[in-house]
Design a protein around this ligand. Sequence first.
Ligand SMILES: [Zn+2]
Length: 218
Amino acid sequence: MRRRRLLTHAPAALALGGAAALGLAPRRAAARTAGVPYEQTRARNRAMFEGMFELDVPLLPYEWIVVHHTAAEYATLEGIDRYHRNHFGDPLGAEYHFVINNGKKRPQEKPLGLVEQARWRYQEWAAHLFHPERAPASCAICLIGNFEQRALPEEMLDALVELTRVLMARFEIPAARVTTHRGVDKRLTQCPGKLFPREEFLARLAAPAVVDDAEPHA
Ligand SMILES: [Zn+2]
């Protein structure tokens, strides 16, 4: 049922011109959850986006954006770091360039919708997520949670759309090169889960950019 609502939201948002309609959804959803209001988290994300290209290491030439999920509801970047270090023998830890939190573990520190830089800080390719030749030069974004079993919260979708737009603009990545792990590996994986709203995600990427609340536009 939740999925159905999400899917019907996309055309409505497009018809209304994007910004107003897209801005409403996170606010409405945030009211339902205790803890850090999503407006605060979104402002924190946007501040991070502003500085994320200023690193001490050169940026990689990303050509694809690939969305994953952890399949574990109670995960953190630190836990993923440990797991990938042990499981893949990768000293850099998490193979994902970014993670987007679901607010379940350490919610005050890592609230719902918070984007964190992971492998991005090192500007190294992910080598173990899938056969790299299928999506070479890909930037991996991981949604924390299991979207095979539950719908993606609006806040996480909003954060994913904003992050993806920033990356698309910087690296001139067309929407045709924004995909999911399943889109790359087909039947080998369900990642990021059957409830990931792929169509709505792609529709939002095609919609006009969301206007920043803090800056009135002409
Ligand atoms: Zn995956």
